[in-house]
Design a protein around this ligand. Sequence first.
Ligand code: FNR
Length: 185
Amino acid sequence: MTKLGILEGSLRRASLSRAAGRAAAGLVPEGMQAVALPNPGTLPLFNQDVLDEGMPDAVGAFIAAVQGVDALLIVTPEYNWSIPGGLKNAIDWLSRKTPSPLAHMPVAIWSVSPGLLGGARVHEGLRNTLLSQDMRVMAKPEVQIAGAKGKLDVDAGRVTNPDTEAFLRGHLSGFATFCNAWGGA
Ligand code: FNR
């Protein structure tokens, strides 16, 4: 069984990307199980001074949760053409743990936006950050959920557009194959 950790890029309650992340639990193929990771909003702002004094409890819990999964699905908005600060902060915390819980772990990205580009511009920078951790990034197909307000039910955490749902299901199926190819998951 591949445990797929869902890492959210948004902190807000009525988040579109969080809804897509919740929906993923119902779209994973057989042999894959979605696991919700603590939201990046639970973490303090990274500060190397704090690190010298030991990991804060919330960070320890977050690291343990990531250590408990085999692969990551990051579901995130794009902020100002880039990675939301809370998500980058979460990755920075993980990167300071030795050995890194991210190293060699398969990862895929879904970007989500009410806009027409679907958060397309977050992918390149985020992929680069994940590669810095020696993660196994599945670069294609890119998933950009554009016009997300019309495709997601935020309260139910569900995809309402059948074409989008089929595409996401297919993407997760491909990602499961990608994870198995790396052997660790
Ligand atoms: C945005 N938004 C946005 N959208 C986009 O497509 N490209 C962008 O560069 C940005 N930049 C941006 C910056 C900041 C600080 C905010 C708050 C918002 C709009 C964004 O896509 C929209 O608010 C989403 O609904 C945010 O994602 P969640 O919270 O719904 O998952």
